[in-house]
Design a binder for this molecule. Structure first.
Ligand SMILES: Nc1ncnc2c1ncn2[C@@H]1O[C@H](COP(=O)(O)OP(=O)(O)OP(=O)(O)O)[C@@H](O)[C@H]1O
Ligand SMILES: [Mg+2]
Length: 474
């Protein structure tokens, strides 16, 4: 990342927009570079927003950001460099982002939310929408009160489209993000268990995600997953036109038929749209990317991309954000699936399905499937039961279950208890404390044609296990 200019703003104007106080700086000095919260990313003409984190305090890096070329610092406490003092950094970023949006009335804003697949879908949609014109949609998961305004601040006068990922950990969060950058297009992917513990259940998750369609204007478009009843029900909460996508739902506006997976789990399907149908083969892995592709196709179609461009673009689209269903083959014939970015019950099931499929499709007959699973965070009171259910799912998948379930860390017990509920399962159930123990355990176990999935919530940091299995520096 780096380098993309925001709309040039003087420090005086930044102080005015944020209600902050200019200190040590020339009011006419201009911010023309990126706005960042990581001082290591600060660059020429940029603005560094100092945030006090758990491990470090951004104020300590104010001088370093200036030395790297930043014009000024946005900070809640005084710093001895050109700065705008603000009471609340996220609110200041939101105000700046809103000012940028207001300066770009021709830019079309799409917001995208759901429990699983936001980043994957945003990356797919970006690769379609870019065919229509300059698009802001950075790789990665910039979806909260920091990442969202930082993304919007990457827009410049040339920007025609913003494809924004919106996350919620509670009621009102998405409504807040939508005030920062009011979307005309709103996509809701699914309502699942990610952060369900904090919400207090799926109906609350649906209430929060649906805030996106409630804010859409009458000339806007709500793009809803017709296969998810909680998402489809959001049609009643919007004044915008509703367009649906789906696989099972036969009356969805945009659909996929004839879905097949190749030996690496990459889906092919026939894309069915009101404009006609077209064959599509994705480069992404896993059947769960079909609804993601349909959502991206529907959005791009509404923005004006024709069917040929959509089909061609979906086939050309690559994974832009790391650690989501990355499939790598080792020289010795072992396949490693690095899906260690995050985990919730829906995405773990999707990954186990992909794992089982890849194992079945190994050359020379079925290979063995091993899942290295860490814990799924933020499930609240249902955590134990959810981990047991995942263990059971792993022991039942494809009738005979996985060859091995390696449960890592704090929820290893419930994962294995769930697997053991399946009396007919003959796979191995192993509990280990950490990633190093996973590597020890697998070192002498893996053989050609084996497939290993590595997946857990972000907090478990299992991507290092996947990297080590591939012989890369973690
Ligand atoms: N439609 C889907 N259904 C279930 N799982 C999915 C779906 N799309 C992606 N996944 C899986 O969910 C995980 C996270 O994907 P992604 O990063 O795209 O989601 P996200 O919604 O952006 O997550 P976050 O809330 O962390 O931002 C990955 O393991 C991915 O393979
Ligand atoms: Mg994300």
């Amino acid at each position: 990342m780096g380098g993309e200019p925001v709309i040039p703003l003087s420090l005086a104007r930044i102080a005015q927009i944020t209600g902050g106080q200019l200190r040590h700086g020339d009011p006419a000095a201009v911010v023309s570079g990126e706005v960042v919260i990581d001082s290591r990313r600060a660059g020429p003409g940029g603005l560094f927003a100092a945030v006090a984190g758990e491990r470090s305090d951004g104020h300590d890096f104010a001088a370093a950001a200036l030395a790297a070329g930043a014009t000024a610092v946005l900070a809640p406490r005084p710093v001895p460099v050109p700065s705008v003092l603000v009471a609340d950094v996220p609110a200041a970023l939101a105000a700046l982002a809103r000012a940028v949006v207001d300066a770009l009335p021709a830019a079309r804003i799409a917001g995208l939310t759901g429990s699983s697949g936001k980043t994957s879908t945003k990356d797919l949609a970006a690769q379609l929408v870019e065919r229509l014109g300059p698009t802001v949609a950075p790789a990665g998961s910039f979806n909260n009160e920091f990442g969202h305004p930082l993304t919007v601040l990457r827009a410049d006068a040339a920007t025609r489209y913003l494809v924004l990922e919106l996350s919620a950990r509670g009621i009102g969060h998405i409504a807040y993000l939508c005030r920062v950058a009011p979307p005309r297009y709103g996509v809701v992917l699914n309502v699942g268990h990610a952060h369900a513990g904090e919400f207090g259940g799926l109906d609350q998750v649906a209430r929060a995600k649906g805030e996106l369609v409630e804010v859409l204007p009458a000339d806007g478009v709500a793009i809803l997953n017709a296969d998810d009843p909680r998402v489809l029900a959001m049609a009643a909460r919007t004044g915008a036109r509703v367009v649906t996508f789906g696989i099972g739902a036969r009356d969805a506006t945009v659909r996929a038929a004839d879905i097949r997976l190749d030996e690496l789990g990459r889906p092919s399907f026939t894309l069915l749209t009101p404009q006609g149908s077209a064959p599509v083969t994705l480069r992404l892995h896993g059947a769960h990317n079909v609804p993601n592709a349909l959502a991206a196709a529907t959005l791009a179609g509404e923005l004006g991309l024709g069917l040929d461009g959509i089909a061609d673009g979906l086939g050309a689209a690559v994974a832009r954000s790391r650690w989501r269903m990355e499939v790598h083959q080792r020289a010795d014939g072992v396949t490693v699936i690095n899906d260690a970015y995050n985990a919730n019950p829906e995405s773990v099931r999707a990954a186990i399905d992909a794992l089982a499929h890849l194992a079945q499709c190994q050359p020379g007959g079925a290979g063995r499937a091993f899942a290295v699973l860490g814990h799924m965070a933020e499930l609240g009171g249902t955590s134990r039961a959810s981990h047991e259910d995942i263990g059971e799912y792993a022991a039942r998948v494809d009738d005979s279950g996985l060859a091995g379930l390696i449960a890592v860390g704090e929820e290893a017990g419930p994962l294995l208890d769930g697997a053991r509920r399946v009396r007919s399962w003959t796979g191995e159930a192993l509990a280990v404390p950490d990633g190093a123990a996973v590597l020890d355990l697998l070192a002498n176990r893996l053989k050609p044609s084996d497939v290993v999935l590595v997946k857990a919530s972000r907090a478990a940091h299992l991507e290092g296990v996947a990297a080590a299995l591939l012989g890369e520096a973690g």
